[in-house]
Design a protein around this ligand. Structure first.
Ligand code: SME
Length: 149
């Protein structure tokens, strides 16, 4: 199991003094990708013009726009809470960007009280993300929210 508290601290350290969100988010996706195992996609969708657009990520080419309410990402965005899916094939409306994905976690990211985007992590393993992962990743996202410009 990843030490999410250490990971959050490392994210704070590497983001210190970085003046651009795109740089912070790029390194955040790289850090998660490097430290977590059994992943096939890890990155961000960001709120723009009333929808979610593809942000910095690691993994295969992905869909560039997701409407609020669509897929796991759009569902987490509308609910304003994390969504953990043990089997994406039975999640109604799941958007299959990478056919290798079998489970997924999406954590909303906020800035200034408003929804800023979502962190989306996919795994080729079914039920890859436990409740401990959810709590840990929510902690990492809280650290991210503090360092976003
Ligand atoms: N599976 C996601 C779409 C994004 S890709 O996984 C990168 C969803 O249903 O929201």
């Amino acid at each position: 199991m990843v030490n999410y508290e250490e990971l959050a601290e490392e994210l704070r350290t590497i983001s210190e003094g970085v003046g651009y969100d795109v740089s912070i988010l790029s390194n955040a996706s790289a850090l998660l990708w490097e430290r977590m195992d059994r992943l096939n996609w890890c990155g961000f969708y960001l709120v723009r013009d009333g929808k979610l657009i593809l942000g910095p990520f690691q993994g295969k080419i992905a869909c560039t726009e997701i409407a609020f309410g669509d897929g796991v990402c759009g569902t987490a965005a509308v609910r304003g809470e994390s969504v953990v899916v043990e089997d994406v094939h039975v999640f109604s409306g799941h958007i299959a960007c990478d056919s290798a994905s079998n489970s997924e976690i999406v954590v909303p990211v906020r800035k200034g009280g408003a929804l800023y985007g979502v962190l989306d992590i996919d795994s080729p393993e079914f039920a890859r993300f436990s409740d401990e992962d959810r709590v840990g990743l929510e902690g990492v996202v809280r650290a991210l929210e503090e360092v976003l410009v």
